[in-house]
Write a protein that binds this ligand. Structure first.
Ligand code: PLP
Length: 332
C-alpha cells in the first residue's frame, strides 16, 4: 500500500495550527554537560510542556486537523500515559469529546490523571487487548476517530515542530539527541531539521529493555520484542507490525540509535535533578544519560531533547537519593 509522505510543509502548517495551544519551551545551555562533552550542550526543556510532555503537540495537531463532522463525533485512544494526557487535554481545549479506554488493571492515580484533564475514562476488561477492542467498537459503531500515539501523519508533524524550535534556538546546531520509542517524535524532528540542514546528525536513544525500533531496524522490518519493566516506561511498547510511517522515516532519516541500561537511565534522572534542577522521567532523561555514559560523543553544538517529567514522585525520590532501583527485580 502506498503512503502519502509527510513533508516539511506539514510541520510548518502544524506549527501555525497549534500555536497558542502549546508552550514554546525554552532551550537552555547546560554548563555541566558542556564541560563533560567538550562541546556546547543545550537542553530543550520540553518536560515543562503543558501535561508534562511533548505528546501534547501531536495530539493537538491531530485534533485541530479533524473535519467538523469528525470533531462532532469525538476521539478515542488507549494510552494511560503521556499520549493519553495530551489527547485528553487537547480534546478538552477544543471542545471535542474524548474517550480513553483502559483495562481494570490500570492504577487509580493514572485513571484520575486522565479524568482530571477532561476525558471520559472507559474501563473495559482485564487487558490492553480488551481496551483495544472497545476502541475498535467506538470507531466502527459510533464513528469516533482513533488518535494513535505515534504512527499518524498529524501526530508526527506536531512533534516535528520541536525541530523547528531547536534550529531557531541553536543556529550552529551539529547534532540532536532524541528519546526513541515508536518513533513519531524523532521522525518529525529529523524531517524538520534535515529539510533545512541535512548535515545535522540525529541520534535516537532507547532503553536496552525492549528497544522495539532498534530491533526492527536491525531486522529490516517492524518486529516484535518482549516488553519488560524499565525506568524509561514511556519508551515501552512496540512499533506495530503494520507500521505505516515511522519505521521507514526512522530508517531513512535517523543517523544512529543508541541503547542504555537501567543504571545509565537512573544516572540521567539524577543528573536532571541535582545538576539541572529539573524533575525528569526516565524516558525524558535518556539523552542526558547517553552523554553521561559516553555512548554519544558530539562533534559540535548539540541539543538534547528532555521529553517529559511524568514520573511517580516516590520513585523519583528514591532514585535521586541514590537508591538502586531495579524494576525487574521489584516486579519478579
Ligand atoms: C512517547 C514518549 C517518547 C517517545 O516518543 P515516540 O514518538 O514514541 O518515539 C519519549 N519521551 C516521552 C516522555 C514520551 O512520552
Amino acid at each position: 500500500m502506498s503512503v502519502e509522505p509527510i513533508t516539511a510543509a506539514d510541520i510548518a502548517a502544524a506549527r501555525q495550527r497549534i500555536r497558542g495551544e502549546v508552550l514554546r519551551t525554552p532551550t537552555m545551555p547546560s554548563p555541566s554537560l558542556s564541560e563533560r562533552a567538550g562541546q556546547p550542550i543545550h537542553l530543550k526543556m520540553e518536560q515543562r510542556q503543558i501535561t508534562g510532555s511533548f505528546k501534547l503537540r501531536g495530539a493537538t495537531n491531530a485534533i485541530l486537523s479533524l473535519s467538523d463532522d469528525e470533531r462532532g463525533r469525538g476521539v478515542v485512544g488507549v494510552s494511560t500515559g503521556n499520549h493519553g494526557r495530551g489527547l485528553a487535554h487537547a480534546a478538552s481545549r477544543a471542545g471535542v469529546r474524548a474517550i480513553i479506554c483502559m483495562s481494570a488493571l490500570v492504577p487509580e492515580n493514572k485513571v484520575a490523571a486522565i479524568r482530571d484533564l477532561g476525558a471520559e475514562v472507559r474501563i473495559v476488561g482485564k487487558s490492553q487487548d480488551d481496551a483495544q477492542e472497545e476502541v475498535e467498537r467506538l470507531v466502527g459503531e459510533e464513528g469516533m476517530t482513533m488518535i494513535p500515539p505515534f504512527d499518524h501523519p498529524a501526530v508526527i508533524a506536531g512533534q516535528g515542530t520541536l525541530g523547528l524550535e531547536m534550529l531557531e534556538d541553536v543556529p550552529d546546531l551539529a547534532e540532536v539527541l532524541v528519546p526513541l520509542s515508536g518513533g513519531g517524535l524523532i521522525a518529525g524532528i529529523a524531517l524538520a531539521i534535515k529539510a533545512q540542514r541535512p548535515q545535522v546528525r540525529v541520534t535516537g536513544i532507547s532503553m536496552e529493555r525492549g528497544a522495539a525500533m532498534a530491533v526492527s531496524l536491525e531486522a529490516g522490518r517492524p518486529t516484535l520484542t518482549p516488553e519488560r519493566p524499565t525506568l524509561a516506561d514511556s519508551l515501552g511498547g512496540g512499533i506495530g507490525l503494520d507500521n505505516r510511517h515511522t519505521f521507514a522515516m526512522v530508517r531513512d532519516l535517523v543517523d544512529a540509535v543508541v541503547t542504555l541500561d537501567e543504571g545509565e537511565i537512573a544516572e540521567g534522572i539524577r543528573h536532571g535533578y541535582w545538576r539541572e534542577q529539573e524533575v525528569v522521567e526516565g524516558g525524558g532523561a535518556v539523552g542526558m544519560a547517553a552523554l553521561i555514559a559516553g555512548k554519544v560523543r558530539p562533534g559540535g553544538p548539540t541539543v538534547v531533547l528532555v521529553s517529559g517529567r511524568n514520573i511517580d514522585m516516590k520513585l523519583h525520590h528514591r532514585l535521586i537519593s541514590s537508591e538502586d532501583v531495579d524494576l525487574e527485580e521489584a516486579a519478579a
